[in-house]
Design a protein around this ligand. Structure first.
Ligand code: PLP
Length: 422
């Protein structure tokens, strides 16, 4: 493996803020610990990212100073909480370049966002024989909600294939389109293969046939610039916890005209204008889709994570993560008996692999003894595993705070795996 020196010039960084990125690891208290006698090497960032002190402190500040319910009180604390909650929405809007803040719906995460679209947007529009187009690389969160709505309506799922390299067969979007296609759902970045899909191009093709598109952005939004108006999609779903924010908060972006035509998904407080026993008038966007007390602290924490990411610059985060991906790919591809799963030319910093004769769970258990946290198994993409003819993979996934030494630790761990199974 070729190691780079600590004084490597930061040529990959787009601007001066890039210089801060290597130091920013110090913002993540959890990374500075010993597990099982070894320094922690956290390479499970696709499952969830760690949280910087700036986000943790914002949460504490909110609970210590400002905690109150939103939109309901006229007292000082409620006004503070409401202002911060709505400010977080505006931060999200700006971050993803949505046209209006009403297009940003706070939900629990990607999974809830997709279920909301399946039940509120799609279900009333489906009749038996209609089709929903997904792809072979989708996470269960972008498969099962569509299966549920298909079972409720008699609609069918059709599946766009991938190549052996792990790229979508783009022509299939046009070829598999029919007059019965009602929605296309596709991931922006595959959580197992790392493939970055050309979502703007896919949206263009689908819109040519008049079919709306939902993009699952869970693995994209904290790692690269993401622009709703450039992508042009109708819905975009993501989770805060995969972008340095707390668990329990996420976003459904929807185009205003489409959201406006959708019935509420859940009923309760917040989402109403007027209620009588006979009839309810619903609130306008975005409240109509935010029934009940929301995750106020979570939304504020998400706003803090966005401030944090903006401070570093997403282009710099992407550049650093590409460096780590290149370093790890180069290191792993020469290993005997090791096959990288997902070899698309354009990838996020996600590296899945199989090692001949060793089950992924055994690899991750031995790596854990070395302090290296990776994920092993099907990664909630069982149909993809079946397509690839493997039971699972070991997955190392990087964030900008990983060091070159973390790749070296992974290699040392794999050496231990080999020794164990010799
Ligand atoms: N989609 C993708 C591509 C993911 O990687 C994940 C989580 O791993 C999800 C959806 C589901 O995200 P959440 O569990 O935060 O709802």
């Amino acid at each position: 493996m070729t190691r780079r020196s600590a004084s490597r010039p930061e040529t990959g960084f787009a601007n001066d803020r890039g210089a801060n990125i290597l130091a920013a690891r110090g913002d993540f208290p959890v990374l500075d610990q010993v597990v099982g006698g070894k320094p922690l090497v956290y390479l499970d960032n696709a499952a969830t990212t760690q949280k910087p002190r700036q986000v943790i402190e914002r949460l504490c500040q909110y609970y210590e100073r400002d905690n109150a319910n939103v939109h309901r009180g006229v007292h000082e604390l409620s006004e503070r909480a409401t202002w911060q909650y709505e400010q977080a929405r505006e931060l999200v809007r700006d971050f993803i370049n949505a046209a209006e803040h009403e297009e940003v719906i706070f939900v629990r995460g990607t999974t809830e966002a997709i279920n909301l679209v399946a039940q509120s947007y799609l279900r009333p529009r489906l009749v038996a024989g209609d089709e929903i187009l997904i792809t072979e690389m989708e996470h269960h969160s972008n498969i099962v909600p569509w299966q549920l709505v298909a079972a409720q309506t008699g609609a069918k799922l059709r599946v766009v294939p991938i190549t052996d390299e792990g790229e979508l067969v783009i022509d299939a979007f046009a070829n598999m389109m029919s007059e019965r296609t009602r929605l296309v759902a596709v991931s922006h970045v595959s959580n197992t293969l790392g493939t970055v899909n050309p979502v703007a191009e896919i949206v263009r093709i689908c819109h040519h046939y008049g079919v709306p598109v939902l993009v699952d952005g869970a693995q994209a939004v904290g790692h690269m610039p993401v622009d709703m108006r450039a992508i042009g999609c109708d819905f975009y779903a993501f989770s805060g916890h995969k972008m340095y924010a707390p668990t329990g908060i996420g976003v459904l972006y929807g185009r205003r005209a489409i959201l406006n035509g959708m019935p509420p998904w859940q009923g309760g407080g917040e989402m109403i204008r007027k209620v009588s026993f006979e009839h309810t008038d619903y609130a306008d966007l975005p409240s109509r889709f935010e029934a009940g007390t929301p995750d106020i602290a979570g939304a504020i924490g998400l706003g803090a994570a966005i401030d944090y990411i903006n401070g570093l610059g997403r282009e710099n985060i992407a550049a650093r993560e590409q460096e780590l991906l290149a370093l790890a790919t180069e290191a792993l591809q020469g290993q005997p008996g090791l096959e990288i799963i997902g070899r698309a030319p354009h990838k996020g910093a996600i590296l899945s692999f199989v090692l001949q004769g060793v089950h992924p769970h055994d690899i991750s258990t031995i790596l854990d003894r070395e302090g290296v946290a990776v994920r092993a198994g099907h990664h909630c993409t069982m149909p993809l595993m079946e397509r690839l003819g493997i039971p699972g993979t070991t997955r190392a996934s990087f964030a900008f705070y990983n060091r070159d030494e973390d790749v070296a630790a992974l290699l040392r761990g794999l050496h231990e795996v080999r020794e164990f199974f010799k």
